[in-house]
Design a protein around this ligand. Structure first.
Ligand code: CP
Ligand code: NVA
Length: 305
């Protein structure tokens, strides 16, 4: 019987054992320098309907380091930009490549991709979520803490795609997740509902100072996500900047995470992002190992079953 395709679409859609195995694999890949993995010239196509630096480069380098190949499809350089449907595009691509990564806006489009693909699909960010990023964030915290289960993790800023993936991660870990956003930038109820049965507690705050109180980790992201820039104003986020004074309300050794790109002077000050408790560079570096682990898992390269 043919194996079911392994897509990596959202963290809450993957079982806990798989998330933990992927993280273990990513840690091992970092330690061993990937010497044992051979992608046997498998080909990854990456479709970009939004810009990217880290996701694009880490997937490309990751594939190449494992003896794989990459094809990039930027919206403007392909027939997608002239209106060819995503359905037709995916039907064709499925016959050329072994796996597809998609970065775009709508989850409806992502679902259409999955529906029409005969190869695994990876979500490289939509307006709704950014699961690859959170895998790297979890890996980065695992390098610093023996267990993530007892942590108080605090998200401050826009309740956006990255925030949603943190919410989804609650399905697999028991950490407490405090989320402080302005009233109009709360994460959507339907995302919170996806993890209502979890043992961990998600608490929503209006006041960032209350939310970060006693936190082990503070996380933020841009207030102007790609394609949604017109939705928000700087004034909406007054008081939500991660600066020294806000960090002082967290634990004295609290770490700082940001998926990047950062808008220095807006959601975070130079002092915090360049400070000794900032993990952002290791977080970005870990994208490479997590990407490789996800590719290996999706393509069943670890045991060829
Ligand atoms: N964090 C992240 O996904 O960065 P890019 O937009 O550069 O890929
Ligand atoms: N929330 C940001 C993440 C960028 C990696 C965006 O969607 O633009």
């Amino acid at each position: 019987m043919k194996n079911k395709l392994r897509h990596f679409l959202d963290i809450d859609l993957v079982d806990t054992a798989t998330v933990k195995n992927l993280l273990t694999l990513a840690h091992n890949l970092k330690k061993t320098d990937n010497v044992d993995i051979d992608m046997e010239q498998k080909i990854l196509a990456m479709i970009f309907e939004k810009p990217s630096t880290r996701t694009r480069v880490s997937f490309e380098i990751g594939m190449k380091q494992m003896n794989g190949e990459v094809v990039i499809l930027d919206q403007n350089d392909t027939q997608l930009g002239r209106g060819e449907s995503i359905k037709d595009t995916i039907k064709v691509l499925s016959n050329y490549v072994d796996i597809i990564m998609y970065r775009g806006s709508s989850n409806q489009r992502l679902s259409e991709i999955v529906k029409n693909s005969t190869v695994p699909i990876i979500n490289g960010l939509t307006d709704l979520s950014h699961p690859c990023q959170i895998m790297a964030d979890l890996m980065t915290l695992e390098e610093k803490f023996d267990s993530l289960n007892k942590l108080k993790i605090c998200w401050v800023g826009d309740g956006n795609n990255v925030c949603n993936s943190w919410i989804h991660a609650c399905k697999h870990f028991k950490f407490k997740l405090n989320i402080a956003t302005p009233q109009n930038f709360r994460p959507q109820k339907k995302e919170l509902k996806k993890v209502t049965n979890c043992e961990n507690k998600i608490e929503i705050f209006n006041n960032p100072t209350d939310a970060v109180s006693g936190a082990d980790v503070i996380i933020t992201d841009t207030w102007f996500s790609m394609g949604l820039e017109d939705k928000n104003n700087l004034s909406d986020f007054e008081g939500y900047q991660i600066n020294k004074s806000l960090m002082n309300h967290a634990k004295s050794n609290a770490f700082f995470l940001h998926c990047l790109p950062a808008h220095r002077g807006q959601e975070v000050t130079d002092e915090v992002i360049d400070g000794s408790n900032s993990l952002v560079w290791e977080e970005a570096k870990n994208r490479l190992f997590v990407q490789k682990a996800i590719l290996i898992w999706c393509l069943r390269m670890e045991n060829k079953t």
